[in-house]
Design a protein around this ligand. Sequence first.
Ligand code: NAD
Length: 505
Amino acid sequence: MHKDSAITATVGHLIDGQIVPDTERTQPVFNPATGQSTLNVALASKTTVEAAIASAEKAFPAWRNTPPLKRARVMAKLKVLLEQNADQIAALITAEHGKVLADAHGELQRGIENVEYASYAPELLKGEHSRNVGPGIDSWSEFQALGVTAGITPFNFPAMVPLWMWPMAVACGNTFVLKPSERDPSSTLFIAQLALEAGLPPGVLNVVNGDKTAVDTLLQDPRVKAVSFVGSTPIAEYIYAEGCKHGKRVQALGGAKNHAILMPDADVDNAVSALMGAAYGSCGERCMAIPLLVAVGDAVGDAVIAGLKTEIAKMKVGPGTDNSNDMGPLVTKPHFEKVKAYVDSGVAEGATLVVDGRSVKVAGHEEGYFLGACLFDHVQPGMKIYQEEIFGPVLGVVRVQTLQQAMQLIDDHEYGNGTCIFTRDGEAARYFTDHIQVGMVGVNVPLPVPVAYHSFGGWKRSLFGDLHAYGPDAVRFYTKRKTITQRWPSAGVREGAVFSFPSSR
Ligand code: NAD
């Protein structure tokens, strides 16, 4: 237990519709803008997680049999409550994650769109029907709930990523146990309480805060039928292997190192504006951020470096509570130190540090985890800052001479989450979107995050599993197909035994 006397409260769990306080094992949650902690988060024991799973299992039969329209109405009501409570949710996100309030509102809005999509569940669950597949025989496929499902989510979108998962899972008739990030748990728990207010019966959604102990319990318990994960690649790989080993359906979305390509014909000014937001928005702590720009040709490379340098000089770094700031702090002190060490390593490995944000200080917030925007030129494959996900406000420019060389770099990288091409050449853009080995592709759109009615997922080591997150793939992930073939003989035996395999020959 954390002994800091400044701690005044502990974020507990939500089990069976009740907030469950838990101070047995805890860790502090920090405000990254001040470096101070006033809050602990509970780290659930195996027994606590098992209680949440038991609650979800108990709630399943009635919820599964609740008409999809009634389940969907809960989502429709939740959407309204989320909109009504948006300011409070955004404030909770900013207090623990650090991102600027406007950005917190943006993440919540994208989460609300997933709730809205889940409210179409009756339409999405209609299934497939074929009449007369044989004489007097009808066949149909229906999509049945799995049972208890679970989600494990990262720190960087504490509202949105959980909303990618559980609204669709429960709208499909499942019950759910959510294990949010222990670094910024409050907005996630608050939203789960709103779901109760919207009419979700107790036990349908449970939240357990915690660490590896909680995660491993979810992965190993046979009552949990499916696990959705979003986080870093090493943990995603572990979750996928461990979950599959225990017979579960698993989708595990991992890390990223998204490259953008700047073609010689691109509108450089527009590309610079787009890159500023994509590289430095949310302090670079987005899996769809652009930390690498591949400039095709030196003329465009020089122009983009000059443009970025000018724009970075205008950036405002400070607490996320002030919407006039462009960038808040990094999430934790260890993460701040890690990102700074990456910048040191880029210098040591010979990249040119054009803008150095390491000495940024924010008056009145000297203990905050603030790092200014950093810009490297002449980054080379093989350097740590090229290969590894930094997850901070660090943009590296790589220079090549052809589109083929730029695409080869992207295809050779272990990650394949997002990418973008800046160009005015439709043929080049078409070739790029057709061939690039990446799951989400933008053309002059730097953050091609799919809307809620498409699905989200990377390729290569950015996703383990078959189905992407949210959208139509989520309906498939959270349901099992059952195919029923039926006939009703009217009177007596119409045909004798048939020993050959039935066919419509
Ligand atoms: P993380 O992998 O450290 O943590 C994610 C979750 O896993 C948390 O709930 C955490 O408690 C749990 N966890 C951590 N270590 C564990 C362990 N050893 N065993 C079991 N569970 C463990 O990720 P993070 O730092 O919270 O989030 C940032 C990462 O998430 C980045 O790599 C980012 O790219 C990735 N991300 C990916 C997507 C995507 O859609 N692909 C979206 C958002 C974030």
